[in-house]
Design a protein. Structure first.
Lengths: 145, 139
């Protein structure tokens, strides 16, 4: 069935391998040639097929993965520069620019907002839960504020 | 006028296992994960490109929501795959299908052509099933 619908299934498998390679190695100094090599494609053929499968270029996807992982580090309290280098960016300037483009906030503003949100939930967990759920769980009448 | 869905609920057998499945296999983002007193946890995740929709991973336990009999029945029903919980979409079904399969996600139906595009069905770690679809782009 799969082969009938998609006779080029082997191409999909190679594209998926390349995507998973990015997911595993985003923090290293990988570039497009390495990723294309991983999938046994020429660069241009690879970009075209990757965009067809994921709606963005491999480079754009790599940036997205790095930003997503930087967000997780920022929420854990990492300094902006540490988060930047740990996810594979070379410069805090380009990191800050890309971060802002993707999230609409600078890394430090994002970190402040998220830490404030977490502190609020820690102090009062019911702030995280819609009232209907809190009531049916019986949390409203417990010691949880 | 109702405008949007902000929260939906998926009943799961175990929240730790559901976290592993939804976050590390499906690639969903954790929206909120806070303890709600002894043995209780409010855990919501969002699809990667839909951060405004919180999916509550709701454990089936005896308590305020379920009495003992209902909890037992619910566990049995979820385990046997009674509930279809949602329809997800993706840019390219074959790529997503291959990726999720490589991560150990179990499909109860491989991709098939439908009048609106392509569809496959997978189950989560509890037994809930989901449609994974790719819609036709041509008008």
């Amino acid at each position: 069935m799969e082969q009938e619908i998609h006779p080029k299934l082997y191409l999909y498998r190679r594209i998926v391998q390349a995507k998973l390679f990015i997911d595993r190695h985003y923090a290293e100094h990988i570039d497009l040639s390495q990723i294309a090599d991983e999938a046994f494609f020429s660069k241009f053929h690879f970009i075209r097929l990757f965009r067809q499968a994921y709606g963005k270029t491999p480079h754009h996807y790599l940036t997205q993965v790095r930003i997503d992982n930087a967000k997780l580090l920022l929420v854990k309290g990492y300094a902006v520069a540490d988060a930047c280098f740990q996810v594979g960016f070379d410069s805090t300037t380009s990191f800050t620019t890309l971060f802002k483009r993707h999230t609409g906030l600078s890394p430090s503003a994002y970190q402040a907002r998220e830490l404030q949100r977490l502190a609020l939930f820690k102090a009062n967990p019911l702030r995280a839960v819609p009232n209907c759920f809190a009531e049916t769980h019986g949390w409203k009448n417990s010691n949880i504020r | 006028m109702i405008s949007k869905v902000t929260h939906m609920c998926v009943y799961v057998l175990d929240q730790d296992s559901a976290y592993e499945f939804y976050v590390n296999k499906l690639g969903f983002k954790v929206h909120t994960d806070v303890p709600m007193g002894p043995g209780a946890r409010w855990l919501t995740v969002t699809p990667p490109e839909q951060p405004e929709l919180e999916i509550t991973l709701f454990p089936i336990k005896e308590g305020n929501v379920f009495d003992a009999d209902t909890a037992k029945t619910m566990v049995e029903l979820v385990k046997k795959g009674t509930f279809g919980a949602a329809v997800f979409t993706c840019q390219d079904l074959m790529a997503t299908y291959e990726e999720l399969k490589s991560k150990g996600v179990i499909f109860k139906k491989a991709p098939t052509k439908e009048f609106y595009g392509y569809e496959a069905l997978f189950t989560d770690d509890s037994g809930n099933w989901f449609s994974l679809s790719q819609m036709n782009t041509e008008k």
